[in-house]
Design a binder for this molecule. Structure first.
Ligand SMILES: Nc1nc2c(ncn2[C@@H]2O[C@H](COP(=O)(O)OP(=O)(O)O)[C@@H](O)[C@H]2O)c(=O)[nH]1
Ligand SMILES: [Mg+2]
Length: 258
């Protein structure tokens, strides 16, 4: 009991001291201090809000003709909109996934379909920093002739500062699997790993002049594998044409939480 009294006394003594100190400080300084404290709190709060608000963006990208626009419409409307003119501008919208409309899900996703045309690739840099996930669409039918170009494009993505630093997950989406001649995702993954392995050797030789690739890929002296990336890289199948996009929807939902 006595100890408690002692503690109380000491506490009131200390708080009196603190109050005396505060009274000594000119009121102007107090106001400034309070203003700074409020301002920082608000700033931190809005940064958190902004971060949260931005994290529903998923970027669809890949070479031209791989099927991004068809996938975009499937996700939004559940149909392909075949016959619409190929847009050279990014397709972008915020919506509730068509397949989820009936399931009572309410969190909309922001999907951006960035055309693979090289002239428009700088557009990607605008969207990547806010992406919760990147879907890299591959034409699994016409894969072999495009393997090198697709691998180069993916290499550039996986070495971009904005992608590596934030460890944005990447889904290699092998599209057009409605046709029996489509290559499997395992095959596509392996071929791309081989191609990136070659690219890695040739790019590091010219890396001094190369400023676009901010990071290097893989482990030196080991054959390249996507598992070595700091980003999580997975592969999945889809057919935008027939609407088999469940693995794509799963990826989106995994990274854009309800
Ligand atoms: N067989 C098949 N063809 C597809 C599929 N998705 C898209 N295509 C065709 O591929 C072409 C390019 O599609 P598009 O969405 O415009 O590709 P983008 O350039 O990546 O936007 C079109 O002729 C589509 O009909 C698919 O899942 N299966
Ligand atoms: Mg398109």
């Amino acid at each position: 009991m006595e100890e408690l009294e002692q503690w109380k006394e000491q506490f009131s003594h200390l708080s009196n001291l603190a109050m005396d100190r505060l009274r000594e400080v000119p009121p102007n300084q107090l106001y400034v201090a309070a203003a700074i404290a409020i301002f920082t709190t608000l700033l931190l709060f809005s940064v958190r809000l902004l971060k949260r608000a931005k994290s529903n963006t998923v970027v669809l990208t890949g070479l031209s003709g791989s099927g991004k626009t068809v996938l975009f419409y499937q996700l939004r409307d559940g149909s392909t909109h075949e016959g619409t003119v190929t847009s050279m501008e990014p397709n972008e919208d915020t919506f509730i996934l068509h397949n989820e409309e009936t399931r009572g899900k309410i969190k909309p996703v922001h999907i951006v379909d960035v055309p693979g045309h090289s002239r428009l690739r700088p557009k990607l840099d605008e969207y990547l920093p806010q992406a919760a996930g990147i879907v890299f669409v591959i034409d699994a039918l016409d894969f072999l002739p495009n393997c090198r170009a697709a691998s180069e494009y993916l290499y550039d993505l996986l070495t971009k500062g904005s992608v590596v630093r934030k460890k944005i997950p990447v889904l290699i989406l092998c599209n057009k699997t409605d046709k029996v001649t489509a290559h499997t995702k395992e095959f596509i993954r392996r071929q791309m790993e081989k191609e990136i392995d070659k690219l890695r050797a040739s790019r590091s030789a010219i890396s001094d002049a190369d400023i676009a690739n901010e990071f290097t890929l893989g482990v030196p002296d080991e054959p390249f594998s996507f598992t070595q990336c700091s980003n999580k890289v997975t592969a999945a199948d889809a057919s935008g044409l027939t609407g088999e996009i469940s693995q794509l929807e799963e990826f989106i939902r995994e990274h854009v939480k309800q």
